[in-house]
Design a protein around this ligand. Structure first.
Ligand code: AMP
Length: 224
């Protein structure tokens, strides 16, 4: 049985960082809908231009389009012979998306194993995101305060330049947090009722956050 996890939490809670840290141990693949969107924006396509405007305003992309993009990528990943499970980072973000995910997983003969909710306050995500930088080539994420690169401004792994996301500007960060509270936070109750939710306090540095997530995942694996 594959280990299919959702990482839930506001932007900047550490979903991507924790996913990068735990995926290898369980041979999981990470699927970030934010990364899918940013790839489309970078391609310079007409769709990418429209998506760029939406993400820089801190709003959400439409549910139908988002589910289509997710399904295409998820189907590709599930069909790999080596597939052992997935970490969904940034999807679902609305109740309709949660329903859509259920049917997509069914179609792909997969089941959702658990949801991990990384609780984070507005203050801590604004503080974190304004110091988040990522590699322009391999996308590895750094934080100039809590997880700085060895050499300022360049990636430890490939030496490429680090850049800051356009939507990590203070005014957009606040809006993205508010969007999380309004549109995404109802999912906490939704998955709690289904008995799938695990939560921990993510208002801590990356090391303890990763350790807390690892402990929860180990418990989930033991149970399944
Ligand atoms: P992220 O990298 O997950 O913070 O996503 C960056 C931006 O992409 C978000 O602020 C949204 O505008 C958009 N986005 C990512 N995932 C979704 C989703 N599941 N539904 C709608 N919009 C999304």
């Amino acid at each position: 049985m594959a280990l299919n996890l959702i990482f839930l939490g506001p932007p900047g809670a550490g979903k991507g960082t924790v996913a990068q840290a735990v995926m290898d141990k369980y041979s999981l693949v990470q699927l970030s809908t934010g990364d899918l969107i940013r790839a489309e924006v970078a391609s310079g396509s007409e769709l990418g231009k429209k998506l760029g405007v939406i993400i820089n305003s801190g709003q959400l992309v439409g549910d139908d389009l988002m589910a289509q993009m997710l399904e295409k990528d998820l189907a590709k990943k599930v069909s790999q012979k080596t597939f052992k499970g997935i970490i969904l980072d940034g999807f679902p973000r609305t109740l309709p998306q949660a329903d859509m995910l259920e049917s997509i997983l069914k179609k792909l003969k997969q089941k959702l194993t658990a949801v991990i909710y990384i609780e984070s306050s507005k203050e801590s995500v604004v503080y974190r995101l304004s110091s988040r930088w990522s590699c322009s080539k391999c996308k590895k994420v750094y934080n100039t305060i809590t997880m700085p690169p060895k050499n300022a401004g360049v990636c430890d792994d490939d030496g490429a330049k680090l850049t800051q996301r356009d939507d990590d500007k203070p005014e957009t960060i606040g809006k993205r947090y508010d969007t999380f509270i309004e549109k995404t936070s109802p999912l906490i109750n939704y998955y709690e009722k289904k008995g799938l939710l695990h939560r921990y306090d993510g208002n801590v540095p990356p090391g303890p956050s990763i350790a807390a997530a690892e402990k929860i995942i180990a418990g989930i694996v033991k149970k399944n």
